[in-house]
Write a protein that binds this ligand. Structure first.
Ligand code: DGY
Length: 317
């Protein structure tokens, strides 16, 4: 029987299933610092963690029995991957099962910000709705507009499908073209700056890596078309948040829909003051079905490794 350290309870019954075969130690509390996490892992063979847990090189050095770190997320920027690979520890994530939920939420943000859904809700609750008028809270339509997708993995592709169903034209920026996606009239744009300059809405779907940190910096924000919208359901650090506040406050950008933040869970106070920004608390994958499927996948990965097999969804270097 192996020991599995779990940094948080998970939805569904997957952890109960795991506990029938292994010793499962579940903590419940705020994210641990690097050294606290190392203490918690101790001599465990497996770690199941959230994206808020920092899995550092120090942890890999001290956790001598560790065989697998199973991250309850698709993005694994919280793990020191080179250190994991050097230590010979598997790292796994939860791709596929959260694609639809995250793409749906991206569309929710896109619609909410362009059609002023949250502003409208506040307007009604504040008792300001006194009757229909031709110019009340006018937003922007999506049909015929160009959506620029940055990062064209599973989630970016799922967003493209949805956006086309709304009548949007779709261009994407990625390392290579993806003809296999099979959507009609998709535009591949190898030049990020060109995509930013053309798109009416830019939606970010790239992973956070050293290369993509502040990919959307001040210069690029102001390179975006005047009156464009930015949607980010990927990782907050891809955007220079202070510069985003400047681009929104100056009126260069018309609005933003954000699910993630540069210093999560803190949100830049400038964003909190703006009514043309929709702010969500990192809900991309937050449906019951998806979160249970993520827990099942995390557990399947751990069980495979502890049985001496390769994991189902390994992160490869
Ligand atoms: C992920 O899986 O990376 C998401 O951000 C979590 O909802």
């Amino acid at each position: 029987m192996a020991r599995v350290a779990v940094t948080s309870p998970l939805p569904g019954t997957a952890l109960e299933r795991l506990a029938q075969e292994h010793e499962v130690v579940i903590r419940n509390g705020p994210p641990l610092s690097g050294s606290e996490l190392a203490d918690f892992v101790g001599d465990a063979e497996a770690l199941i963690c959230l994206l808020a847990d920092r899995v550092t090189a120090e942890l890999f050095a001290s956790a001598r029995n560790l065989q697998v770190v199973a991250v309850y997320a698709v993005g694994v920027n919280n793990v020191d991957l080179p250190a994991a690979f050097q230590a010979g520890v598997w790292v796994t994530n939860t791709p596929d099962v959260l694609t639809d939920a995250t793409a749906d939420l991206t569309m929710a943000l896109l619609l909410a910000v362009t059609r002023r859904v949250v502003e409208g809700d506040r307007f009604v609750r504040e008792g300001r709705f006194t009757g229909w008028t031709p110019d009340l809270l006018l937003g922007r339509g999506l049909a015929g507009k160009l959506l620029g997708i940055v990062g064209f993995g599973r989630i970016g592709q799922a967003v493209a499908r949805r956006a086309q169903a709304f009548g949007m034209r779709v261009a994407y920026h990625s390392r290579r073209p993806h003809p296999e996606v099979g959507l009609p009239d998709l535009i591949f744009e190898p030049r990020l700056d060109e995509l930013l300059a053309q798109a009416d809405v830019v939606s970010l779907h790239c992973p956070l890596t050293p290369e993509t940190r502040h990919l959307i910096n001040r210069e690029r924000l102001f390179r975006m078309k005047k009156g464009a919208f930015l949607v980010n359901a990927a990782r907050g650090e891809v955007v220079d948040e202070a510069a985003l506040v400047e681009a929104l406050t100056s009126g260069h950008l018309a609005g933003a829909g954000l699910d993630v933040y540069e210093h999560e869970p803190q949100v830049h106070p400038g964003l909190l003051r703006l009514s043309n920004v929709v702010l969500l608390p990192h809900l991309g994958s937050a449906t019951r079905e998806t979160r249970e499927a993520m827990a099942d996948l995390v557990v399947d990965n751990v069980r495979a490794v502890l049985a001496g097999k390769p994991p189902v969804t390994p992160v490869v270097g």
